[in-house]
Design a protein around this ligand. Structure first.
Ligand code: HEC
Length: 144
């Protein structure tokens, strides 16, 4: 029953569209066809591209350094919301421009902070492995 009603509504809508297109001059009808055949099928692609551009805009690293590449992805997945896409800070403190290297000359101290957390900074020991903690810390030191 509900399905029947749905079909009726849809065919009425199609009829109406057809009627409108019938009244349109040739060029507008072509424009409607272009939108339907080209723009609409492309829409999901445009949305996907926009989303990926928003998500993955942390500074790039040398693609041959797999640890830094992984660290960048970990940063995007876990840290960007508080520390900003370029590490400039936000809810979390500024990490870029050599800040973390200055504050933690020994990377082990920085890794410990990320593992254990501090005040509003969550602990990542249960979430990231030792190798991942090191990779993301290297990225904040060398990639931001
Ligand atoms: C919920 C927000 C939040 C998230 C997510 C977060 N941080 Fe933080 N982070 C903070 C805050 C707030 C501080 C400042 C802590 C303080 O000193 O009181 C901080 C501090 C730090 C510091 C020390 C900076 C300094 O100069 O003392 C480092 C390093 C750091 N975060 C790295 C990371 C990394 C790496 C990640 C992701 C794995 C991450 N943070 C995720 C909020 C966050």
């Amino acid at each position: 029953m509900a399905e029947e009603r749905g079909l009726t509504t849809q065919s009425r809508r199609l009829q109406r569209r057809g009627a409108v297109a019938g009244f349109l001059p040739g060029r507008s009808r072509k424009a409607v066809g272009l939108v339907r055949n080209i723009a609409l099928p492309l829409a999901p692609l445009v949305v996907a591209l926009t989303l990926s551009a928003c998500v993955a805009d942390a500074p790039a690293v040398d693609a041959s350094d797999s640890v830094l590449v992984e660290g960048r992805q970990l940063y995007i997945n876990n840290c960007i919301g508080c520390h900003g896409s370029d590490g400039g800070g936000g809810t979390g403190s500024k990490l870029n421009d050599g800040t973390v290297v200055a504050n933690y000359p020994d990377i082990a101290d920085q890794i410990r902070l990320v593992a254990e957390g501090k005040n509003q900074m969550p602990a990542f020991a249960g979430k990231l492995s030792e190798a991942e903690l090191e990779a993301v810390s290297r990225y904040t030191r060398e990639g931001l």
